[in-house]
Design a protein around this ligand. Structure first.
Ligand SMILES: [Fe+2]
Length: 367
């Protein structure tokens, strides 16, 4: 079920007027805003995962800050977002006693962190960290239930990420010990399969290396917009990034995927980011604005004070709203391979309507 745009159910029959202001759910939008608001959402997205389509365009209007035209909403949101933003990875770590029964305090801490930084790290104090059911158990307690079934996932849809010595997938970078460049998960997915969250649980670290660096996509948005709002416009272009079909790589659907880097995600009304730093098998829009934006984006990824570095230890896991991340190369122990369990989800961890305001702590804990 989809919601028709205000200019009519058939987009070809009634494209929005250049000079007209449209009223959508108590929000006034010109044609440019409408393009972002409805881009690739209304006509392509299945809302079947979510119970009430009308709630997706909620009255709280959390996406206003991402519209370039609304500078006051952006400034207010930016100030809230950066206020008390964690400076150290240690601030993201939550100790948990029993992953299958999180206490209200543990759950509240994980949710609060994901609201603030889109990222949290749990550390299981006791118990069997080999048990794969931990992954689904923790996720379920944080509202994540719809798992993506991807290439090399096991029957339970959870992937065992380790070096594959030979056979299918052994040359696919996540299953090697090579460096993994900056990306968001599922950047090649169609819109209806957006990966909004993932959980990565470490059973065994490597002997050395295998460290991850994470960057909250909302911070990336802020740094780019502060540098030049034109970068945001270029990266919100619905034709910014195209992933061609690649039948040799089963990880990706055999369909071309074209879309923006930043998009306002209709069902959750939050910023959704799809990005890969890879240079092969990707086509970027051929424009100066896009090239400048990509260059600025890469510079920010390479060096900014908001990045979090962490090497997952046995019993630790990262849970996040699909933040940007990379991985250094690693060396395995002789007879004990690095092993991580990874689950990808169509939901987000945190409630989007709380808009990253840490003052809503009580609401979250009481949920
Ligand atoms: Fe990844």
């Amino acid at each position: 079920m989809t919601k028709p745009p205000p200019w009519g159910a058939n987009p070809k029959a009634g494209y929005p007027d250049r000079d007209r202001i449209y009223q959508v759910d108590n929000i006034k939008l010109n044609r440019k805003c409408l393009r972002h608001y409805f881009a690739r959402e209304v006509h392509t997205q299945s809302y079947s995962l979510f119970p009430s389509p009308s709630d997706h365009f909620c009255a709280r209007q959390p996406m206003q800050q991402f519209l370039l035209e609304n500078t006051s909403a952006y400034r207010q949101w930016r100030a809230r977002k950066l206020r008390n933003y964690p400076a150290q990875t240690e601030q993201l770590i939550v100790d948990i006693q029993n992953p299958c029964r999180l206490t209200q305090e543990e759950k509240g801490s994980l949710l609060r962190l994901c609201e603030k930084t889109n990222l949290a790290i749990y550390r299981i104090r006791y118990g069997d960290v080999l048990d794969k059911s931990i992954v689904a158990a923790i996720a379920k307690q944080l509202g994540l239930t719809h798992m993506d079934a991807n290439f090399h996932a096991d029957r339970d849809r959870i992937s065992s990420i380790q070096v594959l010595p030979e056979g299918p997938g052994s040359s696919y970078i996540p299953y090697t010990n090579k460096l993994l460049n900056w990306h968001t998960d599922g950047y090649y997915n169609q819109d209806a399969q957006r990966i909004r969250a993932f959980l990565m649980h470490c059973v065994r670290p490597a002997e050395s290396g295998g460290e991850n660096t994470y960057l909250d996509p909302e911070i990336l948005y802020i740094l780019l917009r502060d540098h030049d709002p034109g970068h945001i416009e270029a990266l919100m272009d619905p034709e910014a990034m195209t992933i061609p079909p690649n039948p040799e790589n089963s990880e990706r659907p055999n369909l071309e995927t074209t879309g923006p880097v930043f998009v306002i995600d209709g069902p959750t009304q939050t910023l959704y980011t799809r990005y890969t730093a890879r240079t092969r098998n990707i086509h970027w829009k051929d424009s100066q604005a896009c090239a400048r934006a990509r260059s600025a984006l890469q510079e920010i990824l390479d060096d900014n004070p908001y990045r979090f570095h962490h090497r997952l230890q046995s019993g630790e896991g990262v849970i996040c709203n699909n933040v940007l991340h990379n991985r250094t190369m690693f060396i395995d122990k002789p007879r004990s391979r690095r092993l991580l369990y990874r689950a990808r989800f169509y939901e987000r961890v945190a409630r989007p309507d709380l808009a990253n305001d840490m003052r809503h702590t009580d609401d979250v804990v009481a949920e």
